[in-house]
Write a protein that binds this ligand. Structure first.
Ligand code: SF4
Ligand code: SF4
Length: 327
């Protein structure tokens, strides 16, 4: 007899509800009467018999709180119990500094899985700055450097120039891109540098006091520093589309994590982007629309819905450039 078991680690669960949202068989529900150690409601398994051990709940959990086991019992033989989904191998502990539902760690999980699959662990370095994204990089079980907040691209470029044989990745969030990453990315794209840039494109990060940040998507409703009112963003730079116009860019794509299909497409984009660097083709860039709850005042699943319904219409998903020649 085959059976499945979904185990929720209550010490890690932040109550975002993604496991419930994404389970294709409605096996899970949030238990509104149960508060976990982190002060949030916890999911519970309500239809264990419907679980097919697909592992989607574990993959979509940003906090490594879900493990899925499959058990096979054959009369007269030893029972076999195997873990089919859980912690990513090269990212053994969940990032520390992330809010409930933040999808930076999900991007980190994808990167860790791709590096494992491509067998690059010993030749790969990821760069980030001190931030929630930096916390993601610090959780990786391979080369990682976390510098000052501003410019992971600059650090990745310096490392690549010093060690052209290394595979380097700059992991951004959009405020970093706004501050100085823009300049460094321009330089890399015009200089035919061979680095990979992954941008966790947070939907909500607001304006500078004297103008909109270049990457805040049009239509974002965000607080204005030192003012009580909210404002609507009027400008943004479509990073993936812009990068595709540069000759020095080998690959440019935009993904999201609002559905299981989106997750799989984004994983393919990130895998291809890293492979482009292995193949020495040029700058490779993936813009990933990620839930960020800091300023939204929304439940995480509502933030995902907003990304799907609003943000994707302004920043469409897909591959914008895929060059195969070697420069
Ligand atoms: S393993 Fe798949 S079917 Fe089972 S609870 Fe998780 S998402 Fe649902
Ligand atoms: S996805 Fe993870 S953190 Fe979110 S509710 Fe489910 S178990 Fe908890």
């Amino acid at each position: 007899m085959f059976s499945s078991e979904v185990v929720i680690n209550e010490d890690r669960c932040h109550g975002c509800g993604y496991c419930v949202q994404f389970c294709p068989r409605e096996c899970l529900e949030m238990d509104r009467g149960k508060i976990g150690p982190l002060g949030c409601n916890l999911p519970v398994v309500v239809k264990a018999e419907q679980c097919n051990t697909c592992g989607i709940c574990a993959r979509m959990c940003p906090h490594w709180a879900v493990e899925v086991f499959a058990t096979l019992e054959v009369p007269g033989e030893a029972t076999i119990r195997e873990k089919v989904a859980g912690l990513p191998r090269l990212m053994p502990s969940p990032p520390l500094a992330n809010c409930a539902g933040c999808q930076h760690p999900t991007v980190g999980r994808i990167i860790a899985g791709v590096i494992d699959e491509l067998k690059l662990k010993d030749n790969f370095v990821a760069f980030d700055g001190i931030s929630c994204g930096g916390s993601t990089v610090l959780s990786l079980d391979f080369g990682q450097v976390v510098g000052t907040y501003d410019d992971p691209i600059e650090m990745a470029l310096a490392a690549k120039h010093a060690h052209p044989d290394k595979i380097v990745l700059a992991l951004l969030n959009s405020p970093k891109f706004d501050i100085t990453g823009y300049n460094s990315l321009m330089r890399a794209m015009t200089a035919f540098d061979k680095i990979t840039v992954i941008n966790c494109n947070d939907p909500l990060y607001g304006p500078w006091p004297k103008g909109w940040r270049v990457a805040t998507p049009v239509g974002c409703i965000v607080p204005v520093p030192d003012e009580a009112e909210l404002a609507v963003s009027e400008n943004h730079v479509p990073m993936a589309e812009m990068a595709a116009t540069f000759k020095g860019v080998a690959y440019s794509a935009r993904g999201a994590l609002t559905s299981v299909d989106d997750y799989e497409h984004t994983r393919n984009y990130i895998r291809t982007a890293i492979q482009k660097q292995v193949d020495n083709v040029g700058v490779s860039l993936v813009d990933v629309l990620c839930a960020c709850l800091v300023l939204s005042y929304e439940a995480p699943v509502d933030c995902l819905r907003w990304i799907k319904e609003e943000m994707v219409t302004k920043l469409p998903l897909g591959i914008y450039k895929n060059t195969v020649y070697e420069n």
